[in-house]
Design a protein around this ligand. Sequence first.
Ligand SMILES: [Zn+2]
Length: 519
Amino acid sequence: MGGDVETIKERLDIAEVIGSYTKLEKAGQSFKAKCPFHNEKTPSFFVSPSRQSYYCFGCGAKGDIFTFVEQTEGVEFKEALKILADRAGVELKKFSPQNKAEQSEKERILEVLEEASSFFEKELSSNISAQKYLKTRGIGEESVKNWNLGFAPAEWRSLYTHLLSLGYKEEILLKAGLVKRVEPGSGKSPYDVFRDRITFPLKDSSGTVIAFSGRALAKETEPKYLNSPDTVVFKKHEVLYGLDRAKDKIRRKDYAVLVEGQIDLVLSHQAGVDNTVASSGTAFTQAHLERLKKLSKRIILAFDADAAGYAASEKSAALAMALGLEVKVARLPEGSDPAEVAKEDPAKWKEILRKSLPAVEHFLSLVLEGEKDARKAGLAVKNRILPLVALLESSIERSHFVSLIAKRTGIKEDVVWDDLKKVKVSAAPPPDKGEVQEGIKNHPSRSDEYHEVMALLKENPGDKDLMRHKEELSILMRIDEFDEEMSRLRLDMKEGDNKMLARVASLARKRDEQRRKMR
Ligand SMILES: [Zn+2]
C-alpha cells in the first residue's frame, strides 16, 4: 500500500486537491485560505505545494492530501485513499483475499450492510405492490437504480435467514442494526428491523452504505419512517442523505438545497436539482450544517409547507445563521411538500427554489401575513425576527433588514435598532472562534508552529498574514515564558517574601501587556 500512497502523492497537486474544496489564494510559492476547519475572518490556513502539506495557525489543523480528505469528508484513511486514487487514476493494489477473521469488525459490518442493500434491491424487483407505490409517488426506474432503493419483505426473518445463509454471524447482523434480539431467554432468533418497507440505503460521503431508512408500505404501519439504530458506522445526527451524490454539485453550484425526507430528495434530484441533501428523520443538526458549510456557505431550506415544517425551518435557519451560513427559505404552496411539487412540475420546483428569500425576509412575511393585529405583529417581529437579524455577521445586512422591517411594519427604524440591541444572541458559537472539529483539536507545540511559519515565510517573504501569525506567535511564546517563570517563582516563594511577590506582580503585568497586544 505504501507504493500506492507515494504514487498518488506524486500525481496529485495538493493545491489542486484542496482548491477543489475551498477557495485558495496564491501567496508567493504557497497558497492561503480561510480555514475550512474553523470559522475565521482572515486566512490562517496555508498550503505549501513544495512540501505537499497544509497548516492552520488558527486551529492547528495540518497534514497532507490524505489527512485533508479524511478531515473534510469525515472518512477514514482507507476511504480517503480510495477517493484520491480515483482522482489520480491510480488503481489500488488489491488487498490479499481477506480472511474474514482478520477483517476488522467495522469492515464486516460495512460488508453485511452492502449485502443487505443488494438483498432489498432484489426483493423490490420482484414485488409489484412496492413498485406500484414508488410509481404513484412519481419515482422513476432510473431513480430507483441511482438511489439503490429496495424493499424489505413483510416477513419476520427474510433478511436474517438470507445473511446467515451467506455465512454472516448473528452478532454482526445485530451490530449492523439490521436485526433485533427477541427478549433474552425466549430461545427465539433475532428478527429483521425492516419489514414491509421501502428501503433507502443511507451512505457516507464516499458512497458506502452505513444504514437504512425504511418507509412503511401499509398506511396503518407506525412509524411511517424507521431508521437504523446508531451503530459504530452510523451516527444519525451526522449523516446527510444524498451527500455522496450531491457534494460535488453543491461545491460547483455553490449552494445546497435542504429537504427533510428521502422521497423529497429523490424527486428533487429527479427534477434536476442535483445539489439537494436531506436530514434523515431528524432535524438538521449542527454537525449536518458544519459539514455542508465546508462545501458551500449558502443553503436553501425547502421544508413541508405545514405547521411542523414552518417550525423546523425557523429552527434550522437560526442554527445555520449562527454558524455563519447564508440562509434562504423556499416558499411552497400551502399544505404541499417538495416531493409533490417536484413530481408534478419540475420547472415549478426550480422556480420556487429560485424565488426563495433570505431567511429574515421570508419569516417576516410569514409573521406579517399571519398576524393582522399591529401590536401583536410587532411583538412577533421582536421575538422571532430580530433574533435572526442579530445573527447576521455583516452590519450592512443587519441595517438592510432593519430598514426592511421598519418599512413593512411601520415601526420607526430607531425603535427597531433599540430592540435589536436588546436581543441576546443565544448559544450560538462565536463567529470567529468557532468550535474546532473533533480530532484536529490537538494544537501543535509553539516551536512546531514557529518552525512552520518560518518555512512558509521563506516561500513567500513578507506575506501580511504570515507576518501577523509570526508576530502573534512570538507574543504567545513570551506569554508562555512569563507564565513559566511565574509558576517557578510561586513554587519557591516563602510567605511574606515581598520582593518575590513584587517580581511576580511585575511578570503578571508584563504578561498582560503582551496579551493586550493580541487583540
Ligand atoms: Zn483552522
